[in-house]
Design a protein around this ligand. Structure first.
Ligand SMILES: Cc1cc2nc3c(=O)[nH]c(=O)nc-3n(C[C@H](O)[C@H](O)[C@H](O)COP(=O)(O)OP(=O)(O)OC[C@H]3O[C@@H](n4cnc5c(N)ncnc54)[C@H](O)[C@@H]3O)c2cc1C
Ligand code: FES
Length: 274
């Protein structure tokens, strides 16, 4: 049997940026492949990152496919592999195999308004498609981001978001009030209901904790979005990433191959076990 599909490509870390500190630390890594052995990816695709002696984790590629100089990953410190990744520095080598998954159908969305709704580390899978749409702004309608985190310290891409506000509509939120916070206070779905984005010619893309996604979808439905206008990602635990091990299934669907991107219309038809 040919096991080559499981062999990671060697990549060097060229930049590490601390996004969030503390117990739920998030770092953003930029990597380049050794020996020019890289791959092209689509917005919303993932890659399996490996640390020697620790294991592998599936992580969304947060850089746009239009960026050819590096691959970017934003990683929440969770357990064995992600902790080992957080201990790595510029110049260290990791393994990367992929890209995996279907990605967002961004070409089908040309001419439409795009409404991005993210929570916490959920901005990472959104970032790739958001940056791509922003670079090709003339091909899309209005671009809007509604993003929230538990506290102001938990917000990722802080400098980038400040810059983004000059280029598109950005609404931020934190869960509980803080003295210097001037934007919305409350959960992300409440901010969606508060800002009342209209469904006309609009695609909504939402990524974040499952509980946030559930209530964002409810808020969008209350605003008369159709199921076909709402897209999200399913982050079931994954092992092989290539539809072989059965770890990520929802019914007959292999989320690693058929997903992780689904419209709400597609997701509703699947068994409710995610
Ligand atoms: C399609 C996809 C895209 C992802 N994108 C990102 C990303 O961009 N950035 C990021 O930080 N993380 C992302 N994740 C989650 C990431 O894969 C897990 O957090 C990571 O595998 C944990 O690995 P670990 O070895 O550090 O933790 P482990 O030691 O394996 O586990 C630590 C704890 O986390 C739980 N856990 C592990 N994986 C998951 C999971 N998928 N869902 C819920 N709980 C889990 C375990 O049950 C355990 O309680 C993504 C997952 C998927 C499936
Ligand atoms: S992760 Fe193995 S089948 Fe999806």
């Amino acid at each position: 049997m040919d096991h080559s599909v499981y062999i990671p490509k060697l990549a060097k870390i060229i930049q590490v940026k601390e996004e969030v500190g503390g117990a739920r630390a998030i770092k953003t890594f930029r990597t380049v492949f050794a020996n020019g052995q890289g791959f092209d990816h689509r917005c919303g695709q993932c890659a399996m990152l490996s640390v020697f002696g620790k294991g592998e984790s599936m992580i969304s590629i947060s850089s746009s496919p239009l960026v050819k100089d590096y691959l970017q990953f934003s990683i929440l410190k969770m357990g064995r592999v992600t902790t080992a990744l957080h201990e790595m520095e510029v110049g260290d080598l990791i393994g990367i195999r992929g890209p995996y998954g279907n990605g967002f159908p961004i070409d089908d969305w040309k001419g439409k308004n795009l409404l991005f709704i993210g929570g916490g580390i959920g901005l990472a899978p959104i970032w790739s498609v958001l940056q791509t749409a922003l670079t090709r702004k003339e091909e899309y309608g209005n671009l809007t981001l509604i993003y929230g985190a538990r506290t102001s310290k938990d917000i990722v891409f802080k400098e980038e978001l400040a810059d983004l506000k000059k280029k598109m509509t950005v609404f931020l939120s934190i869960d509980v009030a803080e003295p210097d916070w001037e934007e919305f206070v409350g959960f992300v779905p409440q901010n969606v209901s508060d800002k009342k984005p209209g469904p006309a010619n609009t695609i909504a893309i939402t990524c974040g904790p499952p509980i946030m996604i559930k209530f964002v979808i409810k808020a969008l439905k209350d605003l008369s979005f159709e199921d076909e206008q709402i897209y999200t990602t399913v982050e079931n635990k994954m092992k092989c990433g290539i539809g072989k091990c059965g770890r990520c299934n929802i019914g007959l669907h292999y989320v690693c191959k058929d997903g992780p991107v689904y419209s709400w219309a597609e997701l509703k038809k699947l068994p409710q076990e995610y």
